[in-house]
Design a protein around this ligand. Structure first.
Ligand code: NAD
Length: 424
């Protein structure tokens, strides 16, 4: 896979440009470099990950020794999404191969250039008796889901996840579901606002123009800080993307006309469109929407009740920053939650109160790049996790092995069950 990535970087960048007009730097860093790092880590650590893990034993089995042996699950199905089509297809594959499985990979039909490049490259570079790519959409995926697998990993939305899980249940197949949700960002006052704004921009528009599962979905800040925050966004966004962001080469386009229409429905709802304080421009022929900030959108609006997955960013205002925790926990559990603050107590409260797949304090999205952390959701944002050793574990069965000798055979467990034995 490393060779495949090394020898085909321009083709991969071009396919991602075709599918999403993804900027080259984003493709190089977030898809290619991340995958290579994942490969290198697995190659370096695999021997260690594979080693049986010694386990302690107790008096109950004395004398004995024990270990936990990792074994491959068998043949696994990986169904991936369109937004990071290389990374989300191949990163799970690395863990599945490391753990010794055979794999069928089904990339998303919504990024067709990448899907067909993946099929071609995997067939050319990898062992086709162990990994196959199946291209296709709903009928092909439905047919795949009718088969019996040893594990299914699905990346995508919660609606299809329910179809995947129901199909898996028929064969008692375990699933990993990597889903999405509304990732909140709490912004406290008294912070380095320029750095915070830039890090929010990098996680939102700098990640596939907001089409990323861990991109900030909405911001919560206090009423008296909102204006300063909006001004900071205006200033930094213009610095990054110029006066006419629709022409910027550094922003991905919306993936297709369905998603373009979906995003405009969120933006053009009557009670929402009047709340735009920056952006709002769109170019239907090129499927582009400018980075857009909305201030004080009503909680019952569509945009506050659906995952946005695009370049729109609503800001909700509250009286006290502590109120943000109840606001977040009143919704479903997000895949990621972020907080910008210098206040130690507030950080502690955030970690204690907010349940999400992952939390980052004073940045956004960067936890994804840390393979010592599990990546996955909780509740509506998914189940199971991967990255680094977590990927290996996800695609392994942990077999319990207890070794006994013939010595120390206690008669207690054998009949007849006399009163004397009972009193022991
Ligand atoms: P998508 O439309 O590409 O769908 C994902 C996969 O589901 C595709 O391979 C597709 O062929 C398959 N599929 C579609 N309809 C199906 C059906 N009826 N039966 C079986 N399979 C079917 O991707 P999407 O769902 O639009 O992706 C966006 C969502 O994915 C967002 O909610 C986002 O947050 C989430 N996401 C999560 C992660 C993560 O790592 N947790 C990463 C990326 C995206």
């Amino acid at each position: 896979m490393l060779k495949m990535m090394d020898e085909n970087e321009p083709q991969i960048v071009a396919a991602l440009r075709d599918d999403l007009s993804k900027p080259e730097l984003e493709s190089s860093i977030y898809e290619i470099a991340m995958l290579k790092n994942s490969c290198k880590l697995a190659l370096k650590k695999m021997k260690h990950w594979m080693m049986p893990e010694k386990a302690k034993t107790s008096l109950a089995t004395f004398p004995s020794s024990a270990e936990i042996v990792s074994e491959p699950l068998g043949v696994v199905l990986i169904i991936s999404a369109w937004n990071y089509p290389f990374l989300l297809s191949l990163d799970p594959v690395i863990g599945a191969i490391a753990a010794g499985n055979a794999i069928v990979l089904k990339p998303s039909e919504i990024s067709p250039a990448t899907a067909s490049l993946l099929a071609k490259l995997v067939a050319n570079y990898m062992d086709s008796s162990c990994i196959k790519v199946v291209e296709g959409a709903v009928p092909e995926t439905t047919a795949l889901l009718e088969q019996k697998w040893d594990k299914i990993m699905y990346t995508g939305n919660g609606r299809i996840a329910r179809i995947v899980m129901a199909a898996a249940a028929k064969h008692l197949t375990p699933v990993v579901l990597e889903l999405g949700g509304k990732c909140p960002v709490i912004v406290d006052s008294g912070i380095n606002l320029q750095v915070a704004t830039r890090r929010i921009i990098a996680g939102k528009w700098g990640c596939n123009n907001g089409q990323a599962c861990i991109s900030p979905d909405y911001i919560i800040t206090t009423k008296d800080y909102a204006e300063e925050l909006v001004d900071s966004f205006k200033c930094e966004l213009e610095l990054f993307y110029g006066k006419n962001p629709l022409e910027s080469k550094d922003l991905s386009r919306v993936v297709n006309s369905n998603h373009f229409a979906r995003l405009l429905k969120l933006l053009d709802e009557d009670k929402v469109s009047s709340k735009v304080v920056y952006g709002g421009e769109r170019d239907k022929s090129n499927l582009k929407i400018a980075p857009t900030i909305l201030l004080d959108v009503p909680q019952d609006s569509l945009i506050m009740n659906e995952e946005i997955f695009g370049p729109l960013l609503p800001i909700i205002t509250i009286d006290k920053v502590e109120d943000s925790f109840d606001l977040i926990t009143s919704g479903t559990k997000p895949l990621a939650a972020y907080m910008f603050t210098n206040n130690k107590k507030l950080k502690e409260k955030f970690v204690e109160k907010v349940s999400a797949g992952g939390l980052v304090i004073n940045d956004t999205t960067v936890h994804l790049a840390e393979p010592t952390l599990p990546f996955g959701g909780v509740g509506d944002s998914g189940m199971g996790a991967y990255h680094g050793k977590f990927s290996f574990d996800t695609f392994s069965h942990k077999k319990a092995v207890l070794y006994r000798s013939f010595a120390g055979d206690a008669p207690l467990r054998y009949p007849p069950y006399t009163n004397g034995k009972l009193r022991l």
